[in-house]
Design a protein around this ligand. Structure first.
Ligand code: MV4
Length: 514
């Protein structure tokens, strides 16, 4: 029998910060692998530094001078004797050039090959590859449009409404919905100049506009021996300006047949570019049940924990094992979701003031726990939340036997959570949990924006009321102390404090403080 080539990884340098650096450290420590982190100046007291086996300064706050210094990071990995680099998400994670630097230095990049990253990097290029591989993509053109006349002809053929997209793009930049022929000329010019400004390439192409779709994505995992598997879907429709807010697995509308078909499409997509390691295929799922490949994210995603909770697979550890050359075993075959998981992203933003950033010191912090609750945090009580990086503080993830119970559990967990000193998106989640459309799983990619614009999402209770039990208890304590010292001395018991009753009543009434 042929032996599998497996290069044991003993030390990993994590080229990231915040909660994902902490998440990766946890995965490594359970495998007996040393975890080293880099940190920028404002991150010197960050949670990753406190938890890592080794920590190295990488530069000042701006990412370009710290977390994006690819060459310095690879040099550091070599110097400290790391076998591999885990890029996390964002920063250098989807830069083929960085994966190449690692390869050239003999460092294992924990992610796909530079060739696979490149192949999925360009929209028209990956679209062409997907069409050739038989992966369903949104109906539309394959090539960039040379001029307005070509755009008008293509739009007529596809049928309005259409969507103009940047060929080099991704993430929604340079994208324009065009309801009818009248709007085409101005949108065409605007899309081209926006594409030029964002990507240095003004090429655009056309697709059929899919109305009220869901954003459903498939987690894939590939090994270095050509095996690629699907680990099921995540429902990510609840987003604001391409920033996901809530994610769940499984999707409330994906049944086992659709899951199998979307999984097969995702495996085809990944296999077409020789994909290995963790990746995500994004699809639009239209209300009539058709699905269309959008793009592939060639990294571990923020929302990976919901997949971990319903599959029982540790995705970070699986990434390390496949990077070592270990083949995906039978436990990766025909993986089906068990129960239901929901994740909410806690941002240091005020949802009632246009999601204004809310940096500052976390004066008080109490995470929820108990059955089925997971917190992936990058901060602790006393942390300073700076303005330099993504404002996501933590992810709260719950698991339960079904969706209804998972949402009840999330509500319970949020009632235990306290963050003082900065504003967070927590009240938005409370409002969403009280929303009938969210509760029933009736979601699409425009839902959150529509409800926010219509003022339909409101804080269910005034935040200030949360402190009532605390205030009542303090007053009760004060009054009791006062009466003990100066109360009637003739043997009659002191009159019972009105505040004591209030404190007990409030504590019972408001589960957020007990
Ligand atoms: C679309 C679409 C509707 N029809 N394409 C936005 C980001 C980019 N990755 C693709 N996007 C979209 N492409 C067609 N033909 C709607 C979106 C879209 C979207 C997609 C996924 C998640 C959130 C979104 C929010 C707005 C628009």
């Amino acid at each position: 029998m042929a032996t599998t080539p497996r290069k044991r990884i003993r030390k990993v340098l994590i080229a990231n910060r915040g909660e994902i650096a902490v998440r990766i450290l946890r995965g490594l420590r359970e495998m007996g692998i040393r975890g080293a982190v880099i940190y920028s100046e404002p991150d010197r007291l960050g949670l990753p530094v406190l938890l890592a086996d080794e920590a190295y300064p990488i530069g000042p706050a701006p990412s370009r001078e710290s977390y994006l210094r690819g060459e310095a990071i690879v040099e550091l990995a070599v110097r400290i004797g790391a076998d591999a680099i885990h890029p996390g998400y964002g920063f250098l994670s989807e830069r083929a050039g960085f994966a190449r630097l690692c390869r050239d230095a003999g460092i294992t990049f924990i992610g796909p090959s530079p060739e696979a990253i490149d192949a999925m990097g360009s929209k028209v290029e990956s679209r062409r590859l997907m069409i050739a591989a038989g992966v369903p993509v949104v109906p539309g053109g394959k090539d960039p449009l040379p001029d307005l006349d070509a755009a008008a002809a293509a739009a007529e053929e596809i049928g309005y409404p259409v969507m103009l997209k940047a060929a080099a793009g991704g993430g929604g930049k340079g994208m324009r919905m065009i309801p009818s022929a009248a709007e085409l000329p101005s949108s065409y010019r605007a899309a081209r100049s926006e594409a030029a400004a964002s990507f240095g390439d003004d090429a655009v192409y056309l697709e059929k506009y899919i109305e009220n779709p869901r954003h459903v994505e498939i987690q894939v995992m590939g090994d270095l021996h050509g095996k690629v598997v699907s680990l099921g879907e995540r429902e990510c429709s609840l987003q604001r300006r391409h920033q996901k807010v809530v994610e769940e697995a499984p999707s409330p509308v994906v049944d086992s047949d659709l899951r199998r078909r979307m999984g097969e499409a995702a495996v085809k997509a990944a296999s077409a570019v020789g994909y290995s390691n963790a990746g995500t295929c994004e699809f639009l799922l239209s209300p009539d049940g058709n699905f269309f490949f959008l793009e592939m994210n060639t990294r571990l995603q923020v929302e990976h924990p919901v997949t971990e909770l319903v599959t029982g697979i540790d995705l970070v550890q699986a990434q390390v094992r496949v990077a070592e050359g270990e083949p995906l075993g039978p436990e990766f075959d025909d993986v089906q979701p068990r129960g239901h998981a929901v994740e909410v992203r806690l941002y240091a933003e005020d949802p009632w003031r246009g999601f204004a950033p809310s940096p500052g010191k976390i004066e008080m912090l109490r995470w929820p726990d108990g059955p089925g609750v997971r917190v992936d945090a990058g901060v602790y009580e006393g942390s300073e939340v700076s303005i330099y990086y993504d404002p996501m503080l933590a992810k709260l993830i719950v698991w339960a036997a079904d969706r209804e119970r998972a949402l009840n559990r999330l509500e319970r967990a949020l009632s235990e959570l306290r963050v003082e000193g900065i504003r967070t998106t927590v009240p938005l989640f409370r409002a969403l949990l009280a929303d009938p459309d969210f509760r029933s799983g009736n979601l699409d990619i425009g839902m959150l924006d529509r409800k926010l614009a219509a003022g339909e999402l409101k804080a269910p209770i005034d935040d200030a009321l949360e402190d009532l039990p605390l205030i009542a208890a303090a007053l009760a304590h004060h009054e009791r102390a006062y009466q003990t010292a100066a109360g009637p001395a003739n043997g009659t018991p002191a009159r019972r404090s009105r505040w004591a009753g209030t404190a007990r009543y409030e504590a019972r009434r408001n589960a957020s403080w007990t």
